[in-house]
Design a binder for this molecule. Structure first.
Ligand SMILES: Cc1ncc(C[n+]2csc(CCOP(=O)(O)OP(=O)(O)O)c2C)c(N)n1
Length: 224
């Protein structure tokens, strides 16, 4: 009986993976880069390594890693913050990278732009203490969760959504996070807008991280 249930679950799992791969192909060459492609490119670069993903992936990148990657070790996913505190992501990832260092694991985080605005000094700390952390930035140039929330609320009150970007987007000027990282002593590449440049940039950054230093690759991405 258990074996039968196991077979059913395995078939459902294969079907879900097949569907996720189909869905991930939509907009594959789009710019801004899709969150599916972002996550697929990271997976391509790390899957042969002893990796550890130290960021939340829901809702920010549509759970793509959980849908497309193969997780089979407890330390491969840090899970959620619990409190939904924006500004938790960057420092939590760095702490996890420090904890992973003695095990020689390749620590990876998908870093949101809004989250990094809360505590960008984390970058300097990572350089100062030589903490190997591969940050791939999901820069959608907004506190996008707020964009959606304000749109929803304005719509509910029939006010129109044309002003929902006020105070919720991070444009004018666009932030060049790769330059911010460089200024803090962190190896960086980007901002990357052409999706085909992303994979090679992640591979180069990975080599820096494997030498024991932090690195950041900034991708300009779709909102979700
Ligand atoms: C400390 C704190 N401040 C404000 C919020 C409200 N909030 C929830 S999501 C969000 C925006 C997050 O922006 P970003 O990290 O860039 O992710 P995005 O939604 O753009 O993918 C904000 C401000 C919060 N959850 N925690």
């Amino acid at each position: 009986m258990f074996a039968d249930r196991g077979k059913k679950l395995a078939a459902l799992h294969d079907e879900a993976l097949r569907r996720a791969r189909d869905e991930a192909a939509y907009g594959w060459d789009a710019s801004p880069i899709t969150t599916a492609r972002l996550c697929a490119e990271i997976w391509g670069a790390i899957k042969e390594e002893d990796w550890s993903l130290v960021c939340e992936v829901s809702p920010w990148v549509n759970r793509w890693p959980l849908r497309l990657w193969n997780f089979d070790k407890f330390y491969q996913y840090i899970g959620s913050s619990g409190g939904f505190g924006v500004g938790y992501g960057a420092p939590a990832a760095l702490g996890a990278a420090l904890a992973n260092k003695k095990h020689g694991r390749l620590t990876v985080t998908i870093q949101n732009d809004g989250d990094l605005m809360y505590a960008p000094g984390v970058l300097w700390t990572s350089a100062h203490h030589h903490i190997p952390l591969l940050s791939v930035m999901h820069n959608n140039r907004a506190y996008h969760q707020e964009v959606m929330h304000v749109q929803r609320m304005a719509d509910r009150r029939s006010r129109g959504i044309d002003r929902a970007s006020i105070g919720t987007t991070i444009t004018d000027p666009n932030i060049n996070f790769a330059m911010v990282a460089k200024g803090m002593g962190v190896y960086s590449e980007g901002p990357i807008t052409d999706p085909k440049d992303l994979g090679p940039a992640i591979l180069r950054a990975k080599e820096v991280v494997k030498r024991g230093e932090p690195a950041l690759v900034e991708a300009v991405t779709q909102p979700r």
